[in-house]
Design a protein around this ligand. Structure first.
Ligand SMILES: [Zn+2]
Ligand SMILES: [Zn+2]
Length: 405
């Protein structure tokens, strides 16, 4: 989805431009800027302008202030000739990038907040409708982002950071909110730069626990091999699985465990959980569970502990990623850089709000879910002209659910 009318895009761009003129120095300048490829989308055309490069941070901020792009990206790779066509760039090495997008996380709230609209008639419809009842035109889907979507993405980012730091020992880690509903994590430790696609794929498999053999945990069959069963304090996936399994057991939330494990028949687990009584906080009662309960619990623990990232992004050594602290054209929010230690305190709908909230604008809203901007609660809106803080008005224009009246 994008802007409904050209005037809406032009209106939003004015404020993007002002942001880049007034706050250009806050935009992240990637290391070794001369060796990076940059690319951007303008508000007018739908094609990406790419294969451009800058010799200094000043050149980058100047371009942003002049063009005020809809989206701006840079390569995680370093090239000898970043302006050359792809096969003549002379790839030197590349940072290791991870993309977490709430869209891939299949949050259950989607069913309640996504909808479709007809741009011609400015009408909204439920997601299962294909065509506009009034004009017959095909409808466009709007994927709304709620607090729960944002929280799910944050929790994936948290898991990813923990694995990258504790298990893989990476130290140079950049974290940024995407400005929409996800997070980007980039590792630039010296020894990851040379990794090829295959090695990057293995790292993805590790963080996602893909191909993890629970058979090797000593928990199969009727009897538990206690000496082989994972314990809470162990490093790596064994400890992580034990801690997650314990947490799930303590919650006694059978519905959640089954959902995570993709299990439809929880009878044995229900029985075992009833028998268990009070669960000690220092160890997983593996032996007290039946073989089938252990199997369900293990699958659920692995699924809950795995970091769900977009594998394609991490493997691609030529990938362009969103420039930190630039504006995201789908929302007008800032792709806020975050100190990884501050992730728990980060509030995207506060810190990433970069456009003014003390100015206001009138917009004709087709439909909007609730929005909380800098603590300001804006209730859901349906088919009406309203006066909103500028940041909220631009957000709805960018999402393509409102137009200028
Ligand atoms: Zn229509
Ligand atoms: Zn949601």
């Amino acid at each position: 989805m994008s802007f409904i009318r050209n005037e809406d895009a032009a209106f939003a761009q004015r404020f993007f431009k002002r942001y880049y003129i007034e706050h250009g120095e806050e935009v992240y300048v990637p290391e070794r800027i001369q060796e990076r490829e940059f690319g951007y989308f303008t508000f007018a055309e739908k094609v990406m302008v790419r294969h451009i490069s800058f010799t200094s941070p000043g050149e980058l901020t100047q371009m942003l202030a002049e063009k005020a792009p809809l989206h701006v990206y840079h390569s995680t790779a370093f090239y000898k000739y970043p302006r050359a066509p792809m096969d003549e760039k002379g790839w030197i090495c590349s940072e290791l990038a991870f993309d977490i997008d709430a869209d891939h996380l299949k949050t259950p709230c989607r069913k309640s907040h996504d909808f479709k609209i007809c741009r011609n008639c400015l009408l909204d419809y439920p997601v299962d409708v294909e065509k506009c009842a009034k004009c017959g035109a095909p409808l466009e889907k709007v994927e709304w982002v709620c607090e729960s979507c944002l929280e799910t993405a944050r929790s994936e980012a948290r898991k990813l950071l923990e694995i990258l730091e504790s298990d893989l020992g990476f130290e140079k880690i950049r974290l940024a909110f995407s400005g929409n509903r996800g997070y980007h994590v980039v590792v630039s430790d010296e020894h990851v730069l040379d990794l090829g696609q295959q090695e990057r794929r293995e790292i993805v498999d590790y963080v996602m626990a893909a191909g993890l053999e629970v058979r090797l945990l000593g928990l199969e069959g009727r009897r538990v091999r206690v000496e082989a069963a994972p314990d809470l304090g162990e490093p790596g996936w064994r400890g992580r699985i034990a801690r997650q399994a314990l947490q799930l057991l303590v919650s006694k939330n059978i519905a959640e465990i089954c959902e995570l494990a993709g299990e439809r028949r929880p009878q044995s687990l229900t029985r075992d959980l009833e028998k268990l009584g009070k669960i000690e906080a220092d160890r997983v009662p593996w032996s007290a569970l039946s073989a089938s309960s252990r199997r369900i619990l293990l699958r659920a623990a692995v699924e809950a502990a795995a970091a769900h990232v977009d594998a394609v992004v991490t493997q691609d050594v030529h990938r362009l990623i969103r420039l930190g602290n630039s504006l995201n054209g789908k929302t007008g929010l800032r792709a806020q850089m975050i100190n990884p230690n501050d992730l728990d305190d980060f509030d995207p709908m506060w810190s990433a709000v970069a456009l003014p909230i003390d100015e206001e604008a009138h917009v004709k809203v087709i439909r909007s879910g609730g929005i909380r901007l800098r603590g300001l609660e804006i209730p859901p809106i349906s088919r009406s002209i309203v006066k909103l803080p500028l940041a909220a008005a631009v957000l709805l224009l960018c999402r393509g659910v409102a137009t200028l009246p």
